[in-house]
Design a binder for this molecule. Structure first.
Ligand code: PMP
Length: 418
């Protein structure tokens, strides 16, 4: 490649680069500089902390031993011995990679078996596994919906749903957060001859509240609409053995309910799934673009996930500990005077008001050995900046008590509690 513009400068032996001054338009350096400066000035520049040990309830972050309240590792599966054992076994037996896209290179038996296992676990007619929860929303919403369809989405749905909906030509409408009456209004005002889809998170990731699925499904059915539940934070958390929010509300056998979710949070690995109607899987194999154009998960991940589903059913104490810890931590935070926004799940927001206060609290907690991230606008409303804590089955009472005493100190120092 011959550089055509700019001055050639040597950076590394054998490597040349150009100063990118274009004849017109914006140079890449200028774009990067401006955008990063903008993010820095608005306090939105993200720079993740670095872990020097696995994702566990206690781990080492930026060189410091901490109680970890930042991960979605609800069941402690991210570094679980039985999952690692099965991952190693699948790795030895099936190799490192899946080879190619499943429709091209053929699909490994372990992918098929895991999907059957997942459908049985979810009590659904079929299940398909994709690469992540994010790409699942792209694949299913993009693959299922077409022009003339109507999709009605909760205003607080996850970014991957919003992006997935951008891929469809369906008519898109929003209903007020977790509000069946408003859903009813939107469906009434927007008659459609196509497929109608009501889309909601099962558990909302910022407030830790649960969608009122019993009422939402009832409204959807009145209009002949299908309900689509993204259970990223409900799968492995809600319902018996973590079967999910749909199971919690008793809709798991219904063909007019589609469950999607992630295998990257409670289930410890990475991936996403869509489960529901017996024919859903076959359609998605033919229509979901991430399935059609991206290589499948590596065998070791499939092994870990298969072991995770076994483990949660073999060891009921996992769910018990998750919920005991959740109740204890929330009750104690409430007793200290913190606002946890009425969250009823392991996602436990602690409100600090302004974003600067939440970020400062997060820094101070870290100094006291507690790792939990601050979230501010635009991720959450301006005056409800918070620290989001995720309680897991792996936390001990000692871990949570250490966190509570740090919260008490920081909350008092910042004037958030008396
Ligand atoms: N949906 C929801 C509701 C989520 O919270 C997340 C995780 N941030 C995702 C989808 C994406 O899942 P994954 O991390 O597996 O891509």
């Amino acid at each position: 490649i011959t550089p055509t513009q700019g001055k050639e400068t040597s950076r590394l032996p054998g490597m040349t680069t150009t100063t990118d001054v274009p004849a017109s338009g914006v140079s890449l350096s200028e774009r990067l500089r401006q955008d990063l400066a903008g993010l820095r000035e608005s306090g939105l520049l993200i720079s993740p902390r670095v872990l020097d040990a696995p994702q566990r309830a206690r781990t080492r972050v930026d060189g410091r031993e901490v109680v970890n309240l930042a991960s979605n590792n609800y069941l402690g599966f991210a570094d679980h011995p039985r999952l690692k054992e099965r991952a190693a076994q699948y790795l030895q037996q099936w190799g490192v990679g899946a080879g190619a896209v499943r429709t091209i290179a053929g699909t490994l038996r372990i992918h098929e078996d895991f999907e059957r296992q997942l459908a049985d676990f979810k009590h659904t007619g079929s299940a398909l596994v994709l690469h992540s929860g994010f790409s699942t929303n792209q694949g299913v919403l993009g693959g299922l919906l077409r022009e003339g369809d109507l999709v009605v989405s909760d205003e607080l749905n996850h970014a991957s749903i919003i992006d997935g909906l951008r891929l469809t030509k369906a008519t898109k409408k929003i209903y007020k957060h977790a509000d069946p009456a408003d859903l009813d209004r939107v469906l009434r005002e927007n008659p459609s001859e196509g497929l109608k889809l009501v889309v909601t998170d099962g558990v909302f990731s910022m407030d830790g509240d649960v969608a009122p699925l019993d009422k939402l499904v009832e409204v959807a059915r009145r209009y002949g609409a299908v309900t689509y539940v993204d259970d990223a934070h409900g799968s492995g958390v809600m319902g018996e053995a973590g079967r999910g929010t749909v199971h919690h509300f008793g809709f798991e056998y219904a063909d007019d309910v589609i469950q999607v979710g992630t295998l990257s949070k409670a289930w410890g690995g990475v991936g996403g799934y869509a489960a529901g109607h017996p024919d859903l899987r076959e359609l998605l194999i033919n229509r979901a673009r991430p399935y059609l154009f991206s290589t499948a998960q590596p065998p070791a991940v499939v092994g870990a996930l298969a072991a995770a589903l076994d483990e949660v059913q073999r060891d009921p104490s996992l769910m018990e500990r998750l919920w005991d810890n959740t109740r204890f931590f929330k009750a104690e935070l409430g007793r200290l005077g913190f606002d946890t926004l009425g969250s009823v799940t392991p996602i436990t927001p602690v409100v600090f008001g302004e974003a600067s206060a939440a970020f400062e609290a997060s820094r101070r907690l870290f100094d006291l050995g507690i790792f939990a991230v601050g979230l501010g606008f635009p991720t959450v409303p301006r005056d409800l900046a918070r620290i989001r804590n995720i309680v897991t089955a792996e936390h001990t009472r000692d871990d949570l008590e250490q966190a509570l005493s740090a919260y008490q100190q920081v909350g008092r120092d910042l004037g958030v509690i008396a």
